[in-house]
Design a protein around this ligand. Structure first.
Ligand SMILES: [Ca+2]
Ligand SMILES: [Ca+2]
Ligand SMILES: [Ca+2]
Length: 221
């Protein structure tokens, strides 16, 4: 019995560690996006800069709130755009949109709500690398006044490799099928990340319980 309690205690400690780690999950996407799905694919990621290397999306695992979106990027250009779809298999069912118009930290960025019916904005003719690539909205957006955007911060030398962080207050709840995209006004580079099946905590818990049952049976014998 004593041994069983000891195993129980260890299992509980491991579960608590798992739950602790599960408070926020970060999904990292290397930039494998050529162009937005459904738009002209160019067979090339970018020309010169900016070059997006990766995107990391952090979601609180207990309430599914979006916490941050972090980009590893070379020589960011503004304005740039973050597109958020909180959970719809159609990745273009955008719910929120952030446009940042200055390189200065926590300045020039606005969060918008996106209506079901919107029209896209496309790159100006002189930026014709991806002429049909959505870079923002021409209509269908209204400023979101609920303070969900904490700020947009960039660290690192420019030009050079930078870390660009969008931080959010609780309130943007991500469901199954979420999607997040990012690009700049010239559409030189584009990245899209979509929800991936979670490495299920439930399965891990299940395996733990099966293991515990096995230990208990052996001790009983
Ligand atoms: Ca890239
Ligand atoms: Ca800014
Ligand atoms: Ca890309």
């Amino acid at each position: 019995m004593k041994k069983y309690l000891k195993v129980c205690g260890l299992t509980m400690a491991m579960l608590l560690m798992l739950i602790g780690n599960a408070m926020a999950i970060t999904y990292t996407f290397p930039d494998l996006t050529d162009s937005w799905p459904g738009y002209t694919q160019l067979g090339g990621d970018h020309v010169g800069h900016p070059n997006i290397y990766s995107m990391a999306v952090t979601i609180n695992d207990s309430n599914n709130n979006l916490e941050s979106v972090v980009f590893s990027i070379n020589t960011r250009l503004i304005w740039d755009s973050l597109f958020i779809n909180t959970g719809n298999v159609n990745y273009q069912a955008w719910d929120y949109y952030v446009i940042d118009t200055t390189l200065a930290n926590n300045s020039g960025a606005t969060l918008y709500d996106v209506a079901a019916n919107y029209t896209y904005l496309f790159p100006a003719p002189q930026y014709n690398y991806r002429p049909d690539s959505p870079v923002g909205f021409a209509s269908g957006i209204t400023p979101d006044l609920s303070g969900l955007l904490i700020g947009v911060v960039m660290t690192g030398p420019r030009p050079g490799d930078e870390i660009l962080t969008y931080s959010f207050n609780p309130g943007i709840v991500m469901g199954a099928g979420w999607a997040i995209g990012y690009t700049e006004y010239c559409a030189n580079d584009v990245i899209l990340g979509t929800a991936v099946p979670e490495p299920s905590i439930i399965i891990l818990l299940g395996l733990g319980l099966i293991g515990l049952a096995g230990v208990r049976r052996r001790i009983k014998k």
